[in-house]
Design a protein around this ligand. Structure first.
Ligand code: FES
Length: 470
């Protein structure tokens, strides 16, 4: 006999047995080494996280060509039956801006940061996710993936709302509230959920960005009215609705029907193989366990990364049909019979432990200067963790044999920066891809805001020494 579970309160301001304030001071213990991570040697992991501009320039160039070509076909077909397939293709490509928003939000497709930011803002507008608000929302999603009362991006809540799921193939249930959020933000009146996860310091940017979105959309609406034709609106805003089917088809596979309130992405997230066209439009987000486990791996490396860590994960679903065949009955069961029901994934028992950065415990704890490691043990563009006096430090070697040290804890949410990646003079946080200038300690990429303390480092003979007082 099934047991009818109580509906859970998914609002960020609601109270559940798991919910805690987002500014709670116990977050360090929740974050520190809690999430499961695949085990790989540090050098191998670094290779997967490597950044270049080339693949993304080709990828985005092709995407804009496809968007422009389908738009040109749609314009020329307007008024004929050919307009239906033309707009369907245009709308589908347009809505795949959501995957581009997501990837650029992590800052991983391009090595050059301004390119990530440029394409992030363009695709945020296209997919109707206001850039500043969603950057913070998505950070929260990665901190507390599918924790009820903490994650603002739980797509399918329990009991599952089947009508909403179906309507969102045309973005009809989630789209209007999203438009309303942009309008509210444009008027400087964010809702309680938005106030909950967007810091005060970021809200002005969010308001102005929302105003730009509204101005563009109103401009297209006025144009449509002036020429008494829907045509202009068919190219902005509306494509996110009439072309949203693929986004929903693929997006549902990420987490729907799986576990809640677990710190193991293998229990709340899926990896599924899809065809190359979908993979291109979706920017490889079908490798979703891999993405959540190590968000620093760029989209183009996720397939290779999957091959390296697949033995530590539940088997990937062979295709979309395999996912939906399991997921649809599960969601119906959640909707009609047992809201607490969830799909259980087989997790390999030989899990290994989290990928570890080599950590150095200071031997000479009574001195201000402590020996870190031999020079040869730290490669260019890499970092080593040094534990001393109950704290830990990130000692980095940059190009040209420049050695620097900072605090090891990220100032945003207390992630271990030595699990991150070093390139171009910055260290990137493994949790939300925030970045810090290694020489100055300054935060140079959101959501990291506060600066890191820096510490002197010297090479003496064959060894690296760190002074543990600034
Ligand atoms: S914990 Fe969020 S950027 Fe480091």
């Amino acid at each position: 006999m099934s047991v009818q579970a109580m509906p859970r309160d998914y609002s960020l301001t609601g109270v559940t047995e798991r919910a805690v304030p987002l500014d709670d001071f116990d977050i360090e213990s929740r974050m520190d080494g809690v999430w499961w991570k695949p085990t790989l040697p540090r050098q191998e992991m670094r290779a997967f996280m490597e950044r270049t501009d080339g693949p993304a320039l080709v990828h985005f160039g092709l995407w804009f060509v496809l968007l422009a070509a389908s738009a040109a076909w749609a314009v020329s077909a307007w008024g004929t039956w050919w307009a239906i397939p033309a707009f369907l293709i245009y709308g589908t490509i347009y809505s795949s801006s959501d995957a581009r928003w997501h990837e650029c939000g992590h800052g991983t497709p391009f090595r050059t940061q301004w390119l990530n930011e440029l394409f992030y803002h363009i695709s945020s507008f296209l997919t109707l996710r206001e850039a500043y608000m969603w950057r913070w929302s998505h950070s929260r999603h990665h901190t507390d993936t599918y924790f009820v009362g903490l994650d603002p991006e739980i797509q399918v809540q329990r009991p599952a709302d089947l009508l909403k799921i179906v309507m969102d193939f045309l973005y009809l249930r989630s789209g209007p509230p999203e438009v309303w959020r942009v309008v509210r933000n444009a008027f400087g009146r964010p809702g309680p959920d938005v106030r909950h996860f967007v810091p005060e310091s970021e809200r002005n940017k969010m308001y102005w960005s929302s105003r730009v979105y509204v101005a563009i959309i109103v401009g297209f609406a006025i144009w449509s009215i002036a020429i008494w034709s829907f045509l202009p609106m068919m190219f902005v805003l509306l494509p996110r609705f009439y072309g949203g089917w693929l986004h929903q088809l693929l997006g549902l596979t990420q987490h729907a029907g799986l576990g809640e309130d677990t710190h193991d992405h293998r229990e709340n997230t899926r990896t599924v193989f899809v065809n190359p066209v979908y993979r291109y439009l979706y920017m490889n987000m079908n490798y979703h366990i891999e993405h959540h486990s190590v968000p620093m791996v760029p989209y183009h490396a996720l397939g290779r990364f999957h091959e390296a860590v697949k033995d530590q994960m539940p088997p990937a679903y062979p295709n979309l049909w395999a996912v939906y065949k399991e997921m649809i009955p599960a969601l119906i069961k959640q909707a009609t019979e047992d809201a607490s029901y969830q799909i259980m994934r087989p997790i390999p028992t030989e899990q290994g432990k989290s990928a570890e950065v080599e950590s150095v415990a200071a031997a000479t704890a009574d001195s201000e200067w402590i020996e870190v490691c031999p020079v040869g043990a730290l490669e260019e563009n890499d970092v080593v963790r040094v534990d001393h006096g109950g704290r830990f430090f990130a000692v980095c070697r940059l190009e040209g044999d420049a050695y620097h040290a900072t605090d090891g804890l990220c100032t945003h949410e207390y992630a271990d920066l030595t699990d991150g990646i070093v390139f171009d003079g910055v260290i990137e946080c493994p949790l939300h891809n925030g970045r810090f200038d290694i020489v100055s300690g300054d935060a140079v990429r959101s959501p990291a805001c506060g600066s890191l303390q820096t510490y002197p480092v010297e090479v003496r003979g064959d060894s690296i020494f760190l002074r543990v007082r600034a």
